[in-house]
Ligand binder design. Structure first.
Ligand code: AHR
Length: 315
């Protein structure tokens, strides 16, 4: 039963020490609910906490760094055994991490990385290789340009949240890959904040600004892609045919649209990090060594394959 493992923090007045008995208690601060990916990630962590018989204190930060910092401080006050969180952006965590270290509570980074001025404030990272995702997106674009015999490809990029790890690394991997190809020109990169509504707004602006010069869209997540597609259609273009569409995540809705031919490529970013998180938390609690970085294996789904064979995604 899922609910049994999720402790109430706000207002329930029960310390983890009293609540946990002999169970390991893990405090997890989630970024929010901005995408199907994020919702799938939360669900997976809740389910795996039950599977591993770990008490989970889960807090949703509603896309605000200050809420994540406050949640981590509550986890410290409640004396949880292990803290995990997905940092919304990379900077600004030093003080709260020093407080966790002083309290002797190990911290696991889930999904995203962060920057600290001091070594040893976190134990490990469990999350995707975002740079590689950007490389895979760029490699697909080059193959697509080859197969269509294109001499010039104008791209617009809709990025994820500024200063977040996936935004910076996906962009770096993509740019490093396509910058060696003289056919490819990046017209503009614009911040879509990983949100569907922003994806639509950004696409409207890009279409107003560049019109039919846009040959390809590289969008850092499915939500923004799904927001952008209707805008492309409203402007009189056929996504997937007139404009090459490349997305990241691989949620079910985007895969269905890939099957319809309106998205050309989706690079997988799996939200299923819960199993590795629970196993790592148990090891840390037992005083064992843990891997400094755990990257899940990820693949590319595209119009180069028989898309009817893609298995249901589960998020
Ligand atoms: O950090 C992973 C990214 O965050 C996913 O690509 C995106 O959908 C989510 O919001």
């Amino acid at each position: 039963m899922l609910a049994a493992a999720v402790f109430c923090l706000a207002g329930c007045g029960q310390k983890a020490e009293e609540a946990k008995d002999s169970k390991l208690v893990l405090g997890f601060s989630q970024i929010g609910t901005e995408s199907a990916w994020r919702i799938g990630n939360t669900k997976d962590i809740e389910e795996q906490a039950v599977n591993y018989d770990i008490g989970l204190m889960l807090e949703n930060a509603n896309q605000k760094q200050e809420n994540q910092i406050a949640a981590i401080r509550r986890f410290i006050a409640y004396k949880v055994d292990v803290i995990a969180f997905s940092p919304i952006v990379e900077e600004g965590w030093d003080n709260v991490l020093k407080e966790a270290k002083a309290a002797g509570i190990p911290v696991i980074l889930v999904d995203r990385e962060l920057y600290t001025t001091q070594q040893g404030l976190t134990t490990c990272l469990i999350g995707a290789d975002f740079y590689k995702e950007g490389v895979m997106a760029g490699e697909y674009l080059i193959r697509k340009a080859d197969s269509l015999g294109l001499e010039h490809v104008n791209i617009v990029e809709i990025t994820g949240t500024q200063n977040s790890t996936p935004m910076m690394q996906r962009q770096a991997g993509f740019f490093d890959t396509v910058s060696n190809d003289p056919r490819i020109e990046i017209l503009e990169s614009i911040d879509g904040d990983f949100l569907k509504s922003r994806g639509a707004e950004c696409m409207r602006y890009l279409l107003d600004t560049y019109g039919d010069s846009i040959d390809a869209v590289f969008s850092h997540n499915d939500e923004m892609t799904l927001g952008a597609l209707p805008e492309i259609e409203k402007a009189g273009f056929m996504p997937g045919q007139d404009i090459i569409i490349i997305s990241i995540d691989g949620g079910q809705e985007a895969i269905d649209v890939l099957k319809e031919g309106k998205i050309n490529c989706v690079v997988e970013c799996t939200p299923k990090l819960g199993k590795a998180l629970m196993e790592t938390a148990l090891k840390l609690h037992a005083g064992e060594e843990v891997e400094p970085v755990i990257h899940p294996v990820e693949e590319v789904f595209s119009d180069e394959q028989d898309t009817s064979l893609i298995e249901p995604r589960g998020y």
